[in-house]
Design a protein around this ligand. Structure first.
Ligand SMILES: C[C@@H]1NC(=O)N[C@@H]1CCCCCC(=O)O
Length: 294
C-alpha cells in the first residue's frame, strides 16, 4: 500500500534531503540535525531550509531546533508530523495512548511535506530526523500489514523509510560501548540499501570518570570514530561491496564533534565553535547529493 503512495514522489537534484538516523536514542541526533540546518541556512546555495521530525514521543525536538536557530538564520521551517505525549518507543506510545498511525499515513504525510517543499521553492535543503535508533519501532497500527490481534503492527524505522531512498547522515554512539552499536546499526542500514553519506560522533567525554595514561579524562568518541574508519578500511580490503557507501572514509565522511556542555545549557557557543565542521559537512553532503543525479 505504502509503495503506491511513495511511487508518486521522487527526489530532486535541486532539493537536497537527508535522513538523520542514530545508533541509539540519545546519541545526539537533534544536536547534529540542528547543526546541519544551521550550516545549510548559513550557506548561500541551500535555498529554503527545512527540518522535519516525522515521529515524536514526549518532548519536542522541533523546539530544540527552533531554540538554537539564530535570528540571521530564521529561514528554517520546522515541522513535526505525528506526536505522542509518552516518552517511549513510538509503537508503545501509540498503543498506550490509543493513537495509532499506520506506515502508509507516515510515508504519505512525509512525502506530501516534501512535495510541498519542492513545489514552493526553486531549491531547498531538508533534514529529516528519525526517532530513537535506526531499528527503533515506528507507530503501532492495526492497519499495518504486520498487525495481529491488537498487538504487533509496526515496522522498524529503517524499513519504514527505505522505499524513499533518501541518503543518510548517521549519528554514531561516541560513548564506551558505542563501537558495537554503531557498527551493528550501520550494517542494518547498509543491508537495507541505504547510502550513508556521513557518520557523525559527538565525543562523549569521561565515560567511567577514568583518566588515560597522561592523566587526561578519557574520551571515547575519538576512539570510536577511529575504530569505524579502521573497520571500513579492513572490510574494504576484504570485501569491498559491503561498505560501498562510505568507502571514501578519508574524505571527511566521518566527523568527530567535541563533547557537549552540560545540559540544559544552550549550545550557541558550541555551535559557533563547530561552525567550520558543520559547514564542511554541509559542503560534503551537497557534493554527494549531486553525484546521485549524475
Ligand atoms: C523517547 C524518545 N522520544 C522520541 O521522540 N524519540 C525517542 C524514542 C526512543 C525509542 C526507543 C525505542 C527502542 O529502540 O528501544
Amino acid at each position: 500500500m505504502a509503495s503506491k503512495t511513495i511511487s508518486k514522489f521522487a527526489l530532486h537534484p535541486k532539493h537536497r534531503t537527508h535522513l538523520v538516523f542514530g545508533a541509539n536514542t540519545d546519541v545526539g541526533k537533534s544536536v547534529v540535525s540542528t547543526g546541519l540546518v544551521r550550516a545549510a541556512a548559513a550557506a548561500t546555495d541551500s535555498g529554503t531550509v527545512n527540518y522535519i521530525k516525522p515521529l515524536q514521543c514526549g518532548g519536542s525536538d522541533e523546539s530544540f531546533v527552533v531554540r538554537h536557530d539564530s535570528q540571521s538564520q530564521s529561514n528554517i521551517t520546522c515541522k513535526t508530523l505525528f506526536t505522542w505525549m509518552t516518552p517511549a518507543s513510538p509503537h508503545l506510545a501509540s498503543r498506550w495512548e490509543n493513537l495509532p498511525v499506520s506506515d502508509e499515513q507516515i510515508t504519505l504525510s512525509l512525502t506530501e511535506s516534501m512535495k510541498l517543499i519542492q513545489s514552493s521553492s526553486m531549491n531547498s535543503t531538508t533534514i529529516i530526523e528519525t526517532a530513537g535508533g535506526a531499528l527503533s519501532p515506528s507507530s503501532w497500527s492495526p492497519d499495518n500489514a504486520s498487525a495481529a490481534g491488537n498487538r504487533l503492527g509496526w515496522s522498524t524505522q529503517a524499513d519504514l523509510y527505505s522505499p524513499l531512498h533518501i541518503p543518510v547522515v548517521f549519528v554514531g554512539d561516541g560513548k564506551l560501548g558505542g563501537i558495537s552499536v554503531t557498527l551493528s546499526t550501520l550494517e542494518a542500514l547498509w543491508n537495507r540499501g541505504y547510502s550513508v553519506d556521513a557518520v557523525v560522533f559527538i565525543n562523549s567525554g569521561t565515560g567511567n570518570g577514568g583518566n588515560d595514561q597522561d592523566g587526561n579524562a578519557m574520551s571515547f568518541g575519538e576512539g570510536n570514530a577511529e575504530a569505524l574508519e579502521e573497520y571500513i578500511m579492513m572490510r574494504n580490503t576484504k570485501q569491498r561491496s559491503l561498505c560501498r557507501n562510505i568507502e571514501h572514509f578519508d574524505d571527511g565522511s566521518i566527523v568527530l564533534l567535541p563533547s557537549l556542555p552540560p545540559m540544559p545549557e544552550r549550545l550557541d557557543n558550541w555551535y559557533e565553535q563547530n561552525h567550520e565542521r558543520f559547514s564542511k559537512l554541509n559542503h560534503l553532503l551537497n557534493a554527494k547529493w549531486d553525484t546521485y543525479f549524475e
